[in-house]
Each structure stands twice: as structure tokens, then as C-alpha cells.
Design a protein around this ligand. Structure first.
Ligand SMILES: [Zn+2]
Length: 344
């Protein structure tokens, strides 16, 4: 359970955002939004403050962690992979079940949404780069549709896995070095799923992706939105808030549009992520012990029970998320689709 710690008034220093600015629209007009936010995984000690931009409404951690500090914020078990079960037969079965019931349907839905937004029905050999590709589970979906897929990730073991096990070309780099690896105009589609909120220089990253696209190419960037109805309901207990300090910022739809326009993108549209994935955010915010890190990283029974309860809450939340995504247009997770001008 996330708790908010209120500093003693006598020791409370005047809060100031100093030279900090919004990572999306660059405004210096920042106000405290959530004070005393603690890591939901209990992995990184301390409490942090999200500040909100007065211009675009996006949120940013102040002080912003440095790039050198970031790797230490990630526990050994963090993202979903098919190998999560390790030595436990039961957990291997569980990770398979989660893949087929939750993760794969989500990846398929995301792939379909990206294709529809681009107006494409097949990959037809188009070049695709997934920035922050992890173990390539989404890339497999795109490859099945006929794309020439490429991966990019900061983890050397992930890059080796893509090359050796999946036969997918992959490079070990981050958003600040990817432009040294691939020449400008190399790709028709760049996808990046839930990476933007983890990086300190959002605008430089989006500009770098813009350069790597051919004229007429598309960027598909999936992010959590702080202006979601769900984010308002849960406030400082929303999973995407308590993911700090791994989450460095949380954009609004307006913030992402501003950042894409600043990079040079013309058309920008935002489509909701799958309702199942959005419902997963509700479940993780309500059942805080159901984390992947605790379920697969520990041998205790409690996280398994919490995960089962979380699954029930998730499926029950799907109708609400469909309503939030389609009727209200205030989705908790969305894919920002931005087209580079030119290319006919
Ligand atoms: Zn802003």
C-alpha cells in the first residue's frame, strides 16, 4: 500500500521547482501535484514529488533523477517475459497462462490499432524499429504481418536473445545513442511502448525518432496519460504515479501533442490502448500486492493470491475502461500516432 509521508512542518523546506521545466512543452510553470510518493515495489527508498505543468498539465518528478541513477531503480524481475517462471513448474505454467490470457491479446490489439491508424493492412516489407523492445514479443506480432522488424534496447542480454533466439536484428543502445547506429530516414514505422515516461529527455528522444523516420513514416508511442479519468480517481495512488522513480514523467494528451509537434511531426492522433491493458492499471492501483516483481521474484504465496484477485478486478474493470476510452476519450493508456510530413 502506498503511503504519503507528510514532513514535519518545522523541517519543511520551501518547495521550489528551481530550473526544472516540463519535459513535454518546456514550460517552467510547475506546481506540486503529489508529494511524498513512494515506490510501489518498495525497491527504491525515499519519497518523491510530482510537479504539474501549468501549460499542458503533464507531470514531472522534481528533482529529476540523472541518467546514471536510473539503472539502479529497476529490480531484477520487472517486465513480462515468457521465461519468468524460472525453476518453478507452476510459475512457468502461470507465465504461459498470463501470456495467452493477458499479454498476447494486448500485443495483438496494439498492433492492430497501430496498423489501422497508419492506414495499412499489411507490413509489405516496411522497416520497423521498436525502441525499448524488451524480449521482442510485440515485434513477433509485427513480423507476422510482414514488417522487416528491428529491435533496440539498453539490455545486452535482451539484444542477444533477439538476435540468437528470434532471428531479429537488434542493437544495444538507448534513445540518446540510437541515432549514431541507424542513419536518418531508415524506418517507415518506429514503435515505442511505455518508454517515454521512463526517460529524462523526452523531447530529444522524440526528435531522434523523427530523424530516423522516412518522410511519411509514423511514430507510434504508447504512454500512460495523467489526464485520464482513472488517474483522477486514484490520484497519488494510481499505479503510474507510484511507479516513480522509474516513471520520471506522466504526459497529458496535450503534452504529447506539443512534444510531437515541436519535433516536426505533422498529423498527430491518439488512439486508446486495449481496454484489457487499461483495466490492468485499475487492478494494479487497487490490489497493490499483485505486482509481477513480487509474484515472480519471490517464493511467497501472498503475491500469488493478490495476483489472482487482481486478475478478477481487471476483467471486471474492462467495461469501465471501454467507456473511458471510447465515450469519454480520456484513456489511461494511449498510443500517440504521429506522421512525419512528406512521402506522398
Ligand atoms: Zn507542459
Amino acid at each position: 500500500m502506498t503511503t504519503l509521508t507528510a514532513p514535519e512542518p518545522a523541517t519543511l523546506a520551501p518547495m521550489t521547482s528551481g530550473e526544472a521545466s516540463c519535459l513535454y512543452c518546456c514550460s517552467h510553470d510547475l506546481q506540486p501535484l503529489y508529494v511524498g510518493v513512494q515506490d510501489r515495489l518498495g525497491y527504491v527508498p525515499g519519497a518523491r514529488t510530482f510537479w504539474q505543468c501549468g501549460e499542458c498539465g503533464s507531470a514531472v518528478l522534481v528533482p529529476l533523477p540523472t541518467t546514471a541513477e536510473l539503472p539502479a531503480f529497476y529490480p531484477p524481475v520487472y517486465s513480462f517475459t515468457l521465461e519468468l517462471g524460472g525453476q518453478s513448474r507452476f510459475k512457468r505454467l502461470l507465465s504461459r497462462a498470463e501470456y495467452h490470457l493477458f499479454f498476447r491479446p494486448q500485443y495483438t490489439a496494439q498492433t492492430r490499432r497501430v496498423m489501422r491508424a497508419c492506414g495499412w493492412t499489411r507490413g509489405d516489407g516496411k522497416a520497423l524499429l521498436d525502441v525499448g523492445c524488451g524480449r521482442g514479443l510485440r515485434l513477433l506480432e509485427f513480423r507476422r504481418l510482414g514488417f522487416q522488424v528491428h529491435g533496440l534496447d539498453v539490455q545486452p542480454d535482451v539484444v542477444r536473445y533477439l538476435r540468437d533466439e528470434l532471428d531479429i536484428p537488434a542493437e544495444c543502445a538507448d534513445v540518446s545513442t540510437m541515432n549514431q547506429i541507424h542513419p536518418p530516414g531508415s524506418f517507415d514505422l518506429i514503435t515505442t511502448f511505455f518508454l517515454i515516461e521512463h526517460i529524462p529527455d523526452v523531447r530529444a528522444a522524440i526528435a531522434g525518432m523523427f530523424d530516423l523516420l522516412r518522410p511519411g513514416g509514423w511514430l507510434a508511442a504508447a504512454v500512460p496519460f495523467i489526464d485520464a479519468v482513472q488517474a483522477r480517481v486514484f490520484g497519488s495512488r494510481w499505479i503510474n504515479v507510484t511507479e516513480a522513480p522509474r516513471h520520471l514523467s506522466l504526459p497529458t494528451q496535450a503534452g504529447m501533442i506539443a512534444a510531437c509537434r515541436a519535433a516536426g511531426f505533422g498529423r498527430v492522433v491518439i488512439v486508446p490502448d486495449s481496454a484489457l491493458n487499461c483495466a490492468g492499471q485499475v487492478a494494479s492501483s487497487l490490489v497493490t500486492g499483485a505486482t509481477l516483481t513480487h509474484t515472480y521474484g519471490q517464493s511467497r504465496l501472498r503475491p500469488l493470491i493478490a495476483r489472482a484477485i487482481g486478475a478478477g478486478v481487471m476483467f471486471a474493470s474492462v467495461p469501465w475502461c471501454l467507456f473511458e476510452n471510447t465515450v469519454l476519450g480520456r484513456m489511461s493508456l494511449g498510443i500517440v500516432m504521429a506522421r512525419k510530413p512528406g512521402g506522398g
